[in-house]
Design a protein around this ligand. Structure first.
Ligand code: ADP
Length: 489
């Protein structure tokens, strides 16, 4: 396979799009074309669905020995580790994240396969005590063919979060990476092929949302859609999936509160505020994009942020001292810049506020880390997900107001609290309506723990045993132990 001219992996074969259409994959660091990938038509997607359907219905995977499935997942984890450097560089170049962050993603992706590999031998049912002379028990069975649609902000990691639990459950998969960042998913497909995943069990199609994604969602042969992305696409997917009663899981956006009380460890909170907002260029659904600060330390916090944000070094994503890379596309950069203009009218700009002046960065889609202060929660920059390096800092008077502001959002994905008062911490953490919360830290994410949101941040959970559940059906079997006719008639 030519490195610059990629193919899709369908039914165990590397194929071009049937009509020969391709899409240029652009590096956001300089706007250059990194590769061409096939642009899947609806027919291409249907052939991937046929392959996954056949592999599920008649192939070996679903009925494979659980221990062998586990061994296969461990092998994939090892291969990801062996190729971690190239995978990390690919994501970094393809969507702009700093290489050091991409390396963490590659490590987490490998561990995700290890984690679910261990689960294969632990898919256990139950026996029930029933009011009959009968044995009643449950089996856990794979949900079937899973369509998996992922975004561009964590291309490799999202591929792992989707594929690993599905394979552990015995499902077959069609993965559609985001059109902006398909390269690491294709590399992962290569790893899966070499590890010996049987043909059709995993298929990776490259294409857009309206054609490729939508075909995957509407086809009745797909049993489940796992989606991570924006709310608008999520709502369309839920509606379309309803026609064939598909199971869906939705990991959507957030406008997450990062709540700093006056009795916190101040320097840690400053670090946490910046890391929460600017890791991965702020292109994170769980970003701490609303910083709620006790008004008694508000001024001090704004000064500290203004000083320390200077250390968020913009640079080429492959340079090891880069702390923030370019945004994923010129179009997304422009959208973020337009929010910054809205912010300048609504609140006070503390720092940043546009594209950087450095000529070395002129060709990339960079935005300065931007902080707005003297904001309140009704502003658009406090309510709408910007998905870029923009932090809105809002003062609060007391614990009750902090909780009220934290929850005054349509979203409920993540959030954090900074305080040394343990009982206050627990009170506040319990009151925040969100699925992922941190105390005195921001962003650590564990393959072992459930990931997902409340409210309009979606439903269902990934990772941990919860993530596996989403790929399993529960079947009850009842065995009559009385060897006599029913005697009903
Ligand atoms: P963003 O706005 O951050 O790019 P999207 O939600 O549009 O996020 O995209 C996330 C993923 O969903 C991508 O893989 C994209 O191709 C896909 N997608 C977008 N729209 C649809 C749709 N209508 N049906 C299915 N998939 C879609």
């Amino acid at each position: 396979m030519e490195k610059s001219d990629r193919k899709m992996w369908i039914g165990g074969k590397w194929v071009a799009a049937q009509g020969g259409k391709t899409r240029d994959v652009i590096s956001p660091a300089d706007g250059k074309v990194l590769a061409k990938v096939p642009e899947a038509s609806a027919d291409d997607v249907r052939s991937a669905i046929s392959a996954a359907r056949e592999a599920f219905d008649t192939g070996p995977w679903r009925n494979s020995v659980a221990r062998d499935r586990g061994t296969m997942l461990f092998k994939i984890a090892e291969a990801i580790r062996a190729n971690a450097k190239e995978l990390a560089e690919t994501d970094s170049l393809n969507m702009g994240k700093p290489i050091v962050e991409a390396e963490f993603d590659a490590g987490d992706a490998a561990h995700c396969f290890d984690y679910y590999g261990g689960f294969c031998t632990k898919l256990e049912g139950k026996t029930m005590t029933v009011p009959d002379n009968a044995l009643s028990f449950t089996l856990r069975e794979p949900v079937g063919v899973a369509g998996q649609i992922i975004p561009w902000n964590y291309p490799l990691l999202m591929s792992a979060w989707k594929i690993a639990p599905a394979l552990a459950a015995g499902c077959t998969v069609i993965l559609k990476p985001a059109e902006q960042s398909p390269l690491s998913a294709l590399m992962l497909a290569d790893i899966l092929e070499k590890a010996g995943v049987p043909e059709g069990v995993v298929n990776v199609i490259t294409g857009d949302g309206p054609v490729a994604g939508a075909t995957l969602v509407s086809d009745p042969r797909v049993d489940k859609i796992a989606f991570t992305g924006g709310g608008e696409a999520g709502k369309m997917i839920i509606k379309s999936a309803a026609d064939s009663m598909k199971r869906t899981t939705m990991e959507l956006g957030g406008k997450n509160p990062n709540v700093v009380f006056a009795d916190c460890d101040f320097e840690s909170a400053v670090d946490g505020a910046l890391f929460g907002a600017f890791a991965n260029q702020g292109e994170v659904c769980s970003a701490g994009s609303r910083l709620l600060v006790d008004k008694t330390i508000y001024k001090q916090m704004c000064e500290a942020l203004k000083e320390k944000v200077k250390r968020v070094k913009l640079g080429h994503p492959l340079e090891r001292d880069t702390k923030m890379g370019p945004l994923v596309t010129a179009e997304h950069r422009d959208r973020v810049l337009s929010y910054i203009e809205i912010g300048k009218k609504e609140a006070k700009l503390l720092c940043g506020g546009g594209a950087p002046k450095d000529p070395a960065l002129a060709k990339g889609f960079y935005v300065e880390p931007t902080i707005f202060v003297d904001a309140h929660n009704k502003m658009r920059i406090a309510q709408e997900e910007i998905f870029g390096p923009v932090l809105t800092v809002i003062p609060f008077s007391d614990e009750a107001e902090a909780i009220q502001i934290a929850n005054d959002t349509p979203f409920g994905l993540a959030g954090a609290v900074w305080t040394r008062d343990v009982t206050k911490a627990i009170r506040v953490l319990k009151q925040i309506r969100a699925g992922i919360l941190w105390l005195n830290t921001y962003h650590p994410t564990y393959n072992e723990a459930p990931w997902g949101g409340f409210k309009q941040s979606g439903f269902g959970r990934e990772l941990g045993p919860w993530g596996l559940e989403e790929y399993l059906e529960t079947k009850q079997i009842n065995i009559n132990l009385t060897e006599a006719p029913l005697g009903w008639y």
